[in-house]
Design a protein around this ligand. Structure first.
Ligand SMILES: C[S@@+](CC[C@H](N)C(=O)[O-])C[C@H]1O[C@@H](n2cnc3c(N)ncnc32)[C@H](O)[C@@H]1O
Length: 272
């Protein structure tokens, strides 16, 4: 397939532009894959030079909107139902249930929800415990395309990597083409587009008991990840918890959240 060559200098300025917009960090080892994806998009919208495409993205009135569409091509949306389930169950048992028992309405934010499998998993756990209507559940991602699919509550076959756990069976329907989740679960989630590096705009979101930010910080530079974690921390209630992916650690960022082991999983807690 024909493509457009990407000089190292053009890689530098284009990858810096993407990092500025979405936090995504591409180093030289990612240059070939980055180049292929950017070239495919540039050609699709009618450019025959990546430098001209860069100038368009950076300086043209329509550049910002196109940059968002380019970011859609660069994000990794890998996710599935019941992924890394124990931390979700522990967060609900330890941080959501006690709030309800105290007469509060707890709030959960799933902060990079991709095509929705993760917030649907949270909704399934809550529904199975009869708690779905007692919790605010917000799910967000930078990708509008992913959010459109999430809102449909319908997934491909890869959304299910094993058996449906018994607790969820009542709300999940599988067929040869994929998996669907009952509409009441999808409707219980407030879906929003939020860019994780725009933390300054979040105060109006209020505070959360549980924030899930799983398997996304790995795509950011350490500096960006540190900033995102600090902004998420600002959105946690005292006594709330941040859950990251099981292969991720915040320890090197020197965050003032306290890493605690609870029922066999590691969670980052904000002092009450
Ligand atoms: C690998 S998926 C993780 C999905 C889910 N959290 C999980 O663990 O299964 C990463 C998601 O992060 C999103 N993402 C990447 N950069 C982002 C940003 N700056 N703001 C918000 N979401 C972002 C991508 O669009 C993608 O949907």
């Amino acid at each position: 397939m024909p493509t457009l060559p990407m000089a190292p200098q053009v890689f530098s300025i284009l990858s810096a532009l993407v990092a500025e917009r979405a936090g995504l960090h591409f180093d030289a080892s990612h240059a070939p894959i980055f180049g292929d994806k950017v070239a495919a998009r540039a050609m699709e919208v009618g450019f025959d030079s990546l430098l001209e495409y860069y100038y368009f993205l950076r300086y043209d009135a329509g550049g910002g909107a196109e940059l968002d569409l380019l970011v859609e091509q660069l994000v990794v949306g890998e996710t599935y139902l019941f992924r890394e389930l124990p931390p979700l169950e522990v967060a609900i048992t330890r941080f959501v249930l006690p709030a309800i028992e105290q007469g509060r309405r707890p709030r959960i934010w799933c902060a990079a929800c991709a095509t929705g499998e993760e917030p649907h998993t949270v909704a399934l756990i809550l529904a199975a415990r009869g708690l779905l209507n007692q919790v605010d559940l917000i799910a967000s991602d930078i990708s509008n395309a992913a959010l459109r699919r999430a809102r449909a509550g319908r997934f491909g076959r890869r959304a299910l990597r094993g058996e449906v756990p018994a607790f969820a069976a009542r709300w999940i329907h599988t067929d040869p083409e994929g998996v669907s989740v009952e509409a009441q679960l999808t409707d219980a989630v407030q879906w929003q587009r939020i860019n994780l590096i725009d933390g300054g705009r979040w105060p109006e979101m209020g505070l959360f008991d549980v924030i899930l930010c799983r398997n996304v910080l790995i795509y950011f530079s350490d500096d960006t990840a540190r900033r995102v974690v600090a902004n998420l921390n600002q959105r946690l209630r005292p006594g709330g918890v941040l859950v990251v992916g099981i292969s991720e650690s915040l320890l090197r960022f020197g965050s003032d959240l306290r890493c605690e082991e609870r029922d066999g999983v590691f969670l980052y807690e904000k002092l009450a």
